[in-house]
Ligand binder design. Sequence first.
Ligand SMILES: CC(C)(COP(=O)(O)OP(=O)(O)OC[C@H]1O[C@@H](n2cnc3c(N)ncnc32)[C@H](O)[C@@H]1OP(=O)(O)O)[C@@H](O)C(=O)NCCC(=O)NCCS
Length: 561
Amino acid sequence: MAQRRISAILNHLAGSDDLNHEINYENPAERYNLRPNLTSAETKHQLVLTDNKSGQKWNLPAPDANNNGPISPVQFIVLPKSKTTNSLTVLDNRTGKLYEIAIEDDTIPALKFKTMLGPNKKEGIRVYDPAYQNTAVARSKITEIDGEAGVLRYRGYPIEELAEKSNYLEVSYLLIFGELPNKVQYERWSNEIMHHTYIHIRVMELMKSFNYDAHPMGMFISSISAMSTYHPEANPALAGNDMYKVSATARTKQIVRLLGKVPTVAACCYRHRIGRPYNYPQSNLGYCENFLYMLDHLSEENYMPNAKLARALDVLFILHADHELNCSTAAMRHIGSTLVDPYSAVAGAASALYGPLHGGANEAVLRMLEEIGKPENVTEFLEQVKQRKRRLMGFGHRIYKNYDPRARIIRQVAYEVFEICGREPLIEVAIELERIALSDDYFVKRKLYPNVDFYSGLIYKSMGFPTDFFPVLFAIPRVSGWLAHWVESITNPAAKIWRPRQVYVGEGKRSYVPMEHRSLPDPTENDNNDNGFNMEIHYDLSKRSAAATYEGKYRKPELKA
Ligand SMILES: CC(C)(COP(=O)(O)OP(=O)(O)OC[C@H]1O[C@@H](n2cnc3c(N)ncnc32)[C@H](O)[C@@H]1OP(=O)(O)O)[C@@H](O)C(=O)NCCC(=O)NCCS
């Protein structure tokens, strides 16, 4: 309360014409000493501030509202009225220095804090923001999200309109080049991409060497990464460090290659998993038709994938194409900032996407729905979520605090796919989950709504895709978003290598202690000691090896029960 009153008066003073002329703008943090006013019983514990020019008085409460502390002179600072309202005035209480920081696009430059040196400090203040919860790392023109309103736009075009009227290749052009293509541009673009669909035969051979049950996303990441070794002219280490910064031709060449080849790699992952020979692409088909063809064609003549399913997949690809600086896109920009080739950067971004909190969520949703099994079990499951024993996969978002607009479109597409492939029974579980969660205080209070992954898995399941293939289906279209961000960041003349800072909270300097003098607890005494290397046996011992006798430097592990 006292604090608030003081602030209110200070604000008043800061705007006062009477006082302004007394403020030294060279050193704007003026200090005023106040003495307690003890003349009246009523104001015994108050301080009075008098403006000597006008004679106006303001009562200020003493700092200790409980009357416990001494009523001593109070020092305070009058902040000058800033010449602009679009700025932040920061007072460093360590030094009494004032800093004015301009606010631009609702952001302030973090580097400004670097100039705020404390007494005896060589470095300024750092902004601590674990998990980038409120840090903007790029100015971007690609995708706009209004998380509170549930709005998503690519280059200004609402996602709903693009999903209804556009197609994935057109959207990828829009994301990467900033405008929708005209007819000639679109034909060239799609033609180029569809003629870069073949992958090097040795990439295929490499893929064949994966284990029969390798997770398709692991195969996808490794194969994209391996592709970097087949295009030496695309490697900055061989073709020039700055090649992607300076040459639009070099960038576009790799972009069409990546967009063309990614569905082929994905289809090979799928065929590998189900033990079928890999198919070659058909350049005369549409992007999604070709993908479905590579997945499914055996030996049938004139095989043509179902046009409605191809369109449904195309809509899903549009919805997944970009989502501004999500974890994998931030990873793409981060890796790209080193000027490495885009294959390595895409492989890194795809690794970030693989995680269950990101693109792996659609797979996790399906497993969760299967585990719940039927609508009657939903309430019990949600109770476990509320007790923090479980996480409701496909719900919640760092940015959306409203219904994810993509989830709404996907729900609609789900019913269109069900008409062709049959209703996926788990949709009943999903609908019941959504119904109960959206009316439960726990989820409402935390603004947890279904996200893009909640219904996409059901579509994929209905279309007959194995669950572990879902993240790959997310990765294919996200490649265009990653590449759009790669181009935007790499062509920024002010671009630098990304390198965040840390707050070191570890030990200070200490001297090496010889082993025989160390008094740390023996980790063998506490196998649950997670802070160090515990002595749990990390390899399985076969019964035969356990029964064997042998000698050696290391002790023989116990056979696990
Ligand atoms: C997407 C996600 C990682 C965002 O995480 P975040 O921005 O760090 O949000 P937080 O983890 O800080 O969540 C805020 C609160 O909501 C809760 N919450 C968030 N997502 C939740 C979920 N899916 N189930 C249950 N509780 C959830 C958190 O426990 C936290 O509660 P608290 O404030 O009482 O501690 C998170 O919502 C999540 O894990 N969702 C499930 C995975 C998923 O669907 N990912 C795909 C995203 S497109």
